[in-house]
Design a protein. Structure first.
Length: 467
C-alpha cells in the first residue's frame, strides 16, 4: 500500500514506523523538518516538509496513486481540510483523521470523514480502568464471554493454576510476576501481586466464584488505613484526577455522571473551564505532585488516583506520591512518550500509553486484514490480539498453534458462536482467534500468520523460571 501521513508527531511517527516495518510505501508530511527526527533509522519511507493541505505538495507525495491518507497533525482544522482534500479532490480510497477536540466530532461526522478522537478513546479506557473494581474487562464478545485481568491478593497466596482451570468456562492466558512472565503449568503456585489474564465465561457462576475473590483484592482495607471495610457503592467512592486537559476533564465528567465523588487537580485555573456546569465534583488548583495540593483534594480518603497531566514526569511523581505516601489502593497514569515505558514498568505504576493505543487504532483502520491488538494488559507487558485462523491451521487443534509458546489462545469464534478454547479445540479456516502474546514477541506472531512460515524456522525463546 501507498500511505501518506500528514503530521509527524508522536502518533504520526509511530504509525509511519509500523507501516514501514510491515513493508508499506509511506510518505510523511510535516511543516516542521525537526519533527522527522522522531522517525528511527529503520524508517525507509519518504519525508516532505510543508502544509498538509497544500495540493502541490500532496501531488509530490504521490496522493494521486495513494491507497490511504491519514491526517494526524496537532490541529483539528488542518486535519479536517487535509482529509477533505484527499477524499474529495484526489479521491483517495481510504481517508482517516485524528480529532483533538471532542466538540469537533460532529463536524467530521457531518462531512463523512472517518476519524478517531484520541481524547474520547483514552477517557473511555481510563473510565473502564477506574471502575474495574479489581477485575479489568479487556474484551467482551457477548453472551458472557470476556477476557479479564485480575491481580492476586494475600488471601489467594498459594493457589495453583489448576484451581483456575475449567474446560469450556475459563482458561488462563498469561501470568505476570513483577516484570517477568511466568511460564506456568497446572502445578504453578500463584503469589500475591501476580497479574492473571483469563478468558472466561462470566455467565458461569461456578467459574466466577473461583476468580471473584482474586479480583477483589483492592476492596480489602489497607493495613494502616484504619478503615474497617471498603466502600462498595459508587456514591461513596472518592476519585482524584490530576490534570484537567481534554482527557482528564472528559474522564471526570464521566465519573461524576456515574455517581463517583470526583476531585480534579490542575495548576492552570482556566483548565477547569473544560468542565460543564453539570459537573458535580470539586476542583483544586495546584501542582499534581505537591503534598499539600493532594491533601486538599482529599487524597487521604481516595480510592482511586489518576495522573493525567500533559507531562510524563509530573504523572510519574504524582502517582508515586499518591501510592507511596498516601497509600491509595488504585493508582493509574497517562504516558505520552513510549520511551519512558520501562521507567513506569520498573516502578510498577499502572499506565496507559495514548501514543501506542492511537497508532495501533489508526493502523487497524488502514490495514484491515492484519493481526489486531485489542488491548494492552498486565501493564503493557502482555498484548491481547485477534486474528483470522490461517488456512494451514484449519482442522488443527489449538495446541498446535501454541507449540512454540509464542501465544496462548483464549477464545475462538466460528459461525457467530464464540467459545473458551482448550488445547484440543480444533480451529477452522476463517475462525477469529483471540490470544495473549508477550509484548516482545508480537512481531514473531505476525510473521507466523504469513504464508510460508515454517515450524522451528526461528529459535525458541529462552524460558523464564516458573516461580
Amino acid at each position: 500500500m501507498r500511505v501518506i501521513i500528514a503530521g509527524c508527531g508522536r502518533v504520526g511517527s509511530q504509525l509511519a514506523l509500523l507501516l514501514s516495518s510491515e513493508g508499506h510505501n509511506v510518505v510523511v508530511i510535516d511543516r516542521d523538518p525537526e519533527a522527522f527526527h522522531r522517525l528511527e533509522v529503520s524508517f525507509n519511507g519518504e519525508t516532505l516538509t510543508g502544509m498538509a493541505f497544500d495540493e502541490t505538495l500532496l501531488k509530490e507525495a504521490g496522493i494521486e496513486n495513494a491507497d490511504a491518507f491519514a491526517a494526524l497533525t496537532n490541529y483539528d482544522n488542518t486535519n479536517l481540510m487535509a482529509a477533505e482534500i484527499a477524499a474529495s479532490i484526489f479521491g483517495v480510497p481510504l481517508v482517516t483523521a485524528r480529532v483533538y477536540n471532542p466538540d469537533k466530532e460532529m463536524t467530521y461526522r457531518n462531512m463523512g470523514i472517518d476519524y478517531i478522537c484520541g481524547s474520547t478513546v483514552l477517557a473511555e479506557i481510563f473510565h473502564r480502568t477506574v471502575t474495574a473494581a479489581g477485575i479489568m474487562k479487556h474484551a467482551d464478545w457477548g453472551g458472557g464471554l470476556q477476557v479479564l485481568e485480575v491481580e492476586v491478593g494475600p488471601e489467594q497466596e498459594g493457589l495453583v493454576v489448576s484451581d483456575l482451570r475449567s474446560p469450556g468456562s475459563g482458561r488462563l492466558m498469561a501470568v505476570m510476576r513483577g516484570e517477568r512472565p511466568v511460564y506456568f503449568s497446572r502445578d504453578t503456585r500463584l503469589v500475591q501481586g501476580d497479574r492473571l489474564v483469563l478468558a472466561a465465561d462470566t455467565s458461569s457462576p461456578t467459574y466466577m466464584e473461583k476468580i471473584m475473590p482474586i479480583g477483589f483484592r483492592r476492596h480489602q482495607p489497607r493495613a494502616d488505613s484504619g478503615v474497617p471495610h471498603r466502600r462498595h457503592r459508587r456514591g461513596e467512592w472518592r476519585v482524584v484526577v490530576a490534570g484537567c486537559g481534554r482527557v482528564g476533564a472528559q474522564l471526570s465528567e464521566m465519573l461524576s455522571l456515574d455517581g463517583f465523588h470526583v476531585t480534579v487537580i490542575d495548576r492552570d485555573g482556566e483548565a477547569f473551564e473544560r468542565l460543564s456546569k453539570t459537573f458535580q465534583g470539586e476542583a483544586v488548583r495546584g501542582v499534581a505532585f505537591d503534598l499539600d495540593v493532594q491533601e486538599e483534594a482529599g487524597i487521604g480518603d481516595a480510592d482511586v488516583f489518576a495522573a493525567l497531566t500533559n507531562y510524563d514526569n509530573s504523572n510519574l511523581m504524582a502517582a508515586e506520591v499518591a501510592r507511596g505516601i498516601y497509600g491509595v489502593d488504585s493508582v493509574f497514569a497517562r504516558l505520552y512518550n513510549p520511551d519512558k515505558e520501562k521507567t513506569f514498568q520498573a516502578l510498577d505504576i499502572d499506565y496507559i500509553c495514548g501514543t501506542t493505543v492511537l497508532a495501533e487504532q489508526f493502523m487497524q483502520r488502514i490495514v484491515r486484514d492484519r493481526l489486531k491488538v485489542l488491548a494492552w494488559t498486565a501493564n503493557n507487558r502482555v498484548q491481547l490480539v485477534e486474528f483470522v485462523c490461517p488456512p494451514r491451521f484449519s482442522g488443527k487443534p489449538v495446541g498446535k498453534l501454541e507449540r512454540e509458546e509464542l501465544l496462548r489462545v483464549g477464545l475462538i469464534s466460528h459461525g457467530g458462536e464464540t467459545v473458551v478454547a482448550t488445547r484440543g479445540t480444533k480451529m477452522q479456516r476463517g475462525d477469529k482467534v483471540v490470544a495473549a502474546v508477550l509484548a516482545g514477541r508480537l512481531d514473531r506472531v505476525r510473521r507466523m500468520m504469513e504464508p510460508g512460515w515454517i515450524w522451528g524456522a526461528r529459535p525458541k525463546p529462552e524460558k523464564a523460571p516458573a516461580s
